[in-house]
Ligand binder design. Structure first.
Ligand code: ADP
Ligand code: MG
Length: 371
């Protein structure tokens, strides 16, 4: 359904993403997980044709997003990081407007009210969008992505800024899309991705750091365990003894605790408990074991490990890039509207609608500033 091949995006020589590839099959709910600045939005913006990659290609149901943009975009409902809402419109007015823009062929009022039910916004149908809470606005954003029931739904951090109650309802909404839609959604919150998705693609520093079924990630996280031990004695000799123990994968001297006592972390296959062997071997070699602690590797730690190991240069480059961040977010808002027209459009000659939209866009920009 979605083919993403070797995507590279550079901004003035600065690499935002670097060789991102993955395939997504129909009906999958995939979470793009990664810290801020990892490249999630860049990846999604390229998939939806909203920005153009420096290298690589994207195909949606076989349609290349650049060579066949209208057909490819017709398959996608997109909620960008900055939802393209026209704040002076009512919810109903806005959704009708999007319906027309997308040239949907379903029964209009039935379709729109069905989507309102689904996204739980029926009770605010006649209210201006600017009067809505963040949670409602976000659901209106999801509703516009759903109009026309495109097979692929892409949601960029749809739960950012929501309160706990709104979080639950938006997550449930995303889960409810399973089966009928293929969904890609991004988040920097592990447990949210874990709750909603079956498959997790970890993006870090512009690269795919992991791409796995959720259970595989948990399994690989628990395949190796580690213990932390404090042992008295000469470090090199202690290390030799510890490394000689059966089923031990790796031993690291991690700290000096007190005079002649050091800390070691020993990893081993979780199917073989090494604690008794450690105790026996140390006793036989006359190295007193002062402390032994079992440390389980959680999914959280695995994620941190995947993302932390490589995140230092990324953070550094982000700092130097502080200047454009502001202007970029402005650009994003304006382009979102345009992206939406194209996504919806299928027919770029609809000048009347474009004019409408540009008017709304200005309005939208003003409203945004008031927020
Ligand atoms: P995420 O969505 O994961 O937080 P982004 O895709 O927004 O990450 O950003 C990825 C990297 O690309 C970051 O280092 C970011 O600073 C950089 N970047 C994003 N947009 C621009 C832009 N318009 N100009 C320059 N650099 C950008
Ligand atoms: Mg982002």
């Amino acid at each position: 359904m979605v083919e993403v091949k070797n995507l590279v995006k550079r901004y003035n020589g600065k690499t935002a993403i670097d060789g991102v590839s993955f395939n997504i099959s129909e009906g999958e709910i995939v979470g793009l997980l990664g810290p801020n600045g990892a490249g999630k939005s860049t990846t999604m913006n390229i998939i939806t044709g909203y920005i153009i990659a420096t290298q690589g290609f994207v195909r949606i149901n076989g349609f290349d997003i650049l060579k066949n943009p209208l057909k490819a975009k017709a398959q996608i409902g997109y909620l960008p990081e900055q939802p393209p809402l026209y704040l002076d419109m009512t919810v109903g007015g806005y959704l009708n407007f999007i319906y027309d823009l997308k040239k949907v062929k379903l029964k209009k009022s039935e379709h729109i009210s069905e989507i309102c039910e689904k996204t739980e916004i029926t009770d605010v149908y006649d209210r201006p969008i600017k009067k809505l809470s963040k949670g409602y606005k976000q659901r209106v954003g999801i509703a516009q992505a759903l109009i026309g029931y495109p097979p692929l739904i892409i949601l960029d951090e749809p739960t950012v800024g929501l309160d706990p109650k709104q979080l639950v309802s938006v997550r449930n909404l995303i889960k409810s899309l399973a089966g009928e839609h293929t969904v890609i959604f991004s988040s920097h919150i592990l447990h949210e991705i874990q709750e909603v998705c079956d498959r997790i693609i970890v993006i870090n520093d512009g690269k795919v750091a992991a791409d796995n079924n959720k259970n595989d990630i948990i399994e690989s996280a628990s395949a190796n365990r580690s213990i932390v031990v404090h042992i008295e004695g000469d470090k090199d000799k202690v290390l030799d003894v510890l490394r000689g123990i059966e089923n031990v994968i790796d031993v690291e001297n991690t700290a000096d605790i007190e005079k002649n006592v050091s800390e070691y972390v020993m990893s081993y296959e979780s199917s073989h408990d090494i604690r008794k062997a450690v105790f026996k071997e140390l006793a036989a070699n006359n190295f007193p074991l002062v402390k032994l602690e079992l440390s389980d590797v959680s999914l959280e730690e695995t994620f941190l490990k995947l993302t932390e190991e490589k995140s230092t240069p990324q953070e550094a480059s982000q700092e130097t890039a502080g200047d454009w961040a502001e202007s970029e977010s402005h650009e994003t808002k304006e382009d979102s509207a345009e992206a939406q027209v194209q996504e919806a459009g299928q027919d770029e000659s609809q000048n009347g609608e474009r004019d409408d939209l540009e008017g709304e866009d200005t309005q939208n920009g003003n409203d945004k500033e008031q927020e």
